[in-house]
Design a binder for this molecule. Sequence first.
Ligand code: ATP
Ligand code: MG
Ligand code: MG
Ligand code: MG
Length: 469
Amino acid sequence: MTSTNDIRRSFLDYFENAQHSRQPSAPLVPQNDPTLMFVNAGMVPFKNVFTGLETRPYSTAASSQKCVRAGGKHNDLDNVGYTARHHTFFEMLGNFSFGDYFKERAIELAWGLLTREWGLPKDKLTVTVYHTDDEAHGLWKRIAGLPDERIIRIATKDNFWAMGPDGPSGPCSEIFYDHGDHIFGGPPGSPNEDGDRFVEIWNLVFMQHLQENDVIVSDLPRPSIDTGMGLERIAAVMQGVHDNYDTDTFRNLIAASEELTRTKAEGDQKASHRVIADHLRATSFLIADGVLPANEGRGYVLRRIMRRAMRHAHLLGASEPLMHRLVPALSAEMGAAYPELVRAQPLIEATLRQEETRFRQTLSNGLRLLDEATAGLGEGGTLPGETAFKLYDTFGFPYDLTEDALRAQGLAVDRAGFDTAMAEQKARARAAWKGSGQAASDEVWFDLAEEHGATEFTGYAGHDGEGVV
Ligand code: ATP
Ligand code: MG
Ligand code: MG
Ligand code: MG
């Protein structure tokens, strides 16, 4: 079996042999982009190179980039534990051309890696192109020899990428792997595409236009390439499993939580183990990159992820803080590729332990309140927003934790009611502060305390559909 660590190395070797500069992952906290909460794609650290603001001593590069999609526009938090293919933290393998090669070479390189270097069967692969991109369609036909029905034209934003209202844009081509008809899901573009059968493994972006105010104004004289492939998804394919959580990395992490909780990742408990393994990675990598739990901004996204994992640990019957005891297993899996994880291990463990100790003090009381509040609700019922707010305010339950807790029972939460209760409390607090003569700093304080601002952070784009950001 090819390990995930081997696959990462093999990807970087392949592109290095094809004259790409091997670049390390940038930290998860964007270095040059205050509008973006976390790095969420491999191209983010190269944004200024694509726009021409910055030059590098190379015109092609490859990397395995740490990504977090747990807030803002690309929020995959709610998928975690419930789909086979989404994580909050994942690694994006990418090759980039900064005005060097374009479509033809990009398709040749991708197809060569998947089918020749890695030997994936051609008949399991399907690709999409943007509906007007005849050039890409023709190239897939010629280079890959795919039949027309497996080069699917897509007219939605899924296959058109833009950096933002102004800047480079262009069509995308996505490569899907068919995990087999025993798994729910349809081919891309079909009504059931949002299943785990046809899994998008690689996205190729052909940057060829320049936009102003969302309108294409010219073609780039030297078009560029940005690609992104989920390491965990390709690992599932290459390890012959149909689920990212059955790959070596996740099996080892889940084995550690099974052992510590003396439970099995089966039946009702399966999602809990998956959430714990996923959130352990996100939490540990965020702390290693300097994020600490807080009540606003990045730190609040981290806290939400941690607390959600902690509720699942509680569900598995853990009677003591659990998360910090899983960190050594993560270091063993990923510490060689990411030495920052090993360096920060003491800090990660201490932070998790402290946060879990504190949260456990209110967790069971909050869950009791939640049980009482939902006792009268039938399937499909809705928890009042005020109750969700009380859980948040008194017991430290992030909104999405409450939502996640009710999901298994088919219950929803009244989000609007929650927001209203939150706004009312803020208005009350603001009025109370008015009399205290500290007006100048109040606004700042309230902005910081606006914990839900964090969940509405929209990233820098808001214009790019679901393509690689
Ligand atoms: P999907 O449609 O499956 O949500 P996407 O189109 O949002 O994926 P891209 O932005 O194109 O994803 O990112 C490039 C690649 O990164 C994807 O093809 C996929 O392999 C991987 N990827 C994206 N989101 C995740 C995630 N949450 N967890 C794991 N891998 C992901
Ligand atoms: Mg997609
Ligand atoms: Mg997505
Ligand atoms: Mg995509």
